[in-house]
Structures are given as C-alpha cells and as structure tokens.
Design a protein around this ligand. Sequence first.
Ligand code: GLU
Length: 315
Amino acid sequence: MSTDRQKVIKGRFAPSPSGRMHLGNVFTAVLSWLSVKSRGGEWLLRIEDLDPARSKRSFSELIEDDLHWLGLDWDEGGLEGKGECGPYCQSERSELYERALDRLTAQGLTYPCYCTRGELMATNAPHLSDGRVVYAGTCRPERLDKGCVEGKNVRATRLRVAEEEIRFCDGIFGETVVDLSSEVGDFVVRRGDGAWAYQLAVVVDDAMMGVTEVMRGCDLLQSAAQQIYLYRLLGYEAPRFVHVPLLCNEAGQRLSKRDGSLNMEALRKDMTAEEILGRIGFLAGLTECGKKVKLTDLLELYNENRLPKKEQIIV
Ligand code: GLU
C-alpha cells in the first residue's frame, strides 16, 4: 500500500468563545483562510471552549455568523460538527485529552503541583511578560518533601520539560529558538479543578484533526515550542507554524474583546464585508490602499512573504 499519499493542506481557526470577535481575531482568521485556500487546502473551525466560566454558546454562534458574513466558510468543524475528526468543541473532547495525559504520565513525565498562585509569584524565577513565571520545579517528586504538602490541594498537573532548546522555523519570524527549562519551565497540562490546559488540548486537537498549518497571533510564538515538545512526546508530527502580528490600539495594547469600536458588532454597523476585508488586506501588506476588496481578489493577492514581519500593527 502506498504510504506517500499527498497530505491535504489543512489550516484552522480556533477561537475562544468568550466574547464577540474584534478586528484582530478577524485579521488572523482571514489570513489563515487565505493561506490554505490559496494553495487549494482546507480550513477547519474549532471552538476552544475549555474554560467553562468564560465560554458561551452564544459567542460561538456570533463567531460563526461573523465568519459567514465575511465569506469565510469552513470545510470542517464548527458547532454543527461537519467532518470526521469531531467533536470540534474542546469541551466535548475530554476523553482524548485524558488519554494523552495518561501517555505522558506513563512516561513518568507528569507530576502534581501544590504551589498556589501566590507562591508561584513569590519565587525568584523569571517573570514573563504575559504574567507567567518560569516554574522552578519546586514540586518535582525528587525535590518535594512529601510531609510539607500533606493536606494541601493539588493545584495543577505539570509536565516535566527537558534541558533542551526547541528550534523551529516560523513562516514569518523565521528560525526561532526557545530554551525549555530556562524560558518556560515545567508547564501545566491540567488545572487542579480538572480543566484541561490549552497547551495539551491544542496539540491533541491539531494532531488528531490532521492540521498541517497553524496560523495565529504571535503572542503564541513561544507556545509553539511547548507544543512541538508535546507533539514529540505524544508521537505526532508537528504542523507548520506561522505567527502573525497582533493588532494593537494606539497605546500599544493588543486589541481586546472589550475594545468596543473595533469589535464585529460595531464594525458591521459601519462597514461592509468588503470594506473590512480591504482594511485587513492593507494591514497585511497585500494591497496598496485600504479600499474595499473582494475575498476572491485577496485570494489572488495573497503572498505570505508580504505579511509584515513585526509583532504589532497599530490600527
Ligand atoms: N483559542 C486561542 C485564542 O483564541 C487560539 C489558540 C491557537 O490558535 O492555537 O486565542
């Protein structure tokens, strides 16, 4: 039997349904759609509703409505669950995450962590710009004095990282190197309350859904290293990563779902889909001016080499 069957190019958009999308979310969605569609690939929509406190079905419905309105149709996934790799909502995929975690545990790579947030923040370990700290490995079984944690709650399950540099070539940022132990530390794969960590879920999902290209905001560039590490431990082939600039307001803060004027509700009142696509095409370096453009025209113009090689674009 032939094993060298040409792999389908498959990209995905994986929003968290915790609010209405803003221009930054849509920027990423449009570029990832263009990237795979310009090469005859498929595009998948996965709902990342891991956090039950913040995720709402009504937001997932609005996300789908906004994508349709822009003309971005998905070949697989969504609330309807079209396709063979479902379910496509992370809240329904616990069993798969559980199996992956069991495989990591069987390799002796996970351990319970008892550190509270306060304890984590109080360590001398490097604090990262996103508010996390590089975990010092305090609860690694070989270091832990069992007596000290008796009666304490398990706060998380962590994955032991190797003393190793992960190298990968990002489609925009090029050669990227992340030293796992000094820049990341042992990271959380499951929270103490049972909620699955994004890093584990995203790898299980992208791998099992056959995703070959992950295009998303560059705030997740470092996460790609954690994910590549997990791909290897779970025996999966890592996809190609492309991290696009984040859209920011004039104060240099990335747009948030609270940035009222640039969320899809407000934008749809003032602009047509072609006008929004025009603005996105211009911000992405695909068009010379921000005038309205059709999605099919953007498809012709799409060229990854023209995307801005920067972390932020002020809008
Ligand atoms: N769910 C994440 C978000 O909305 C995206 C994660 C990813 O694309 O890997 O920010």
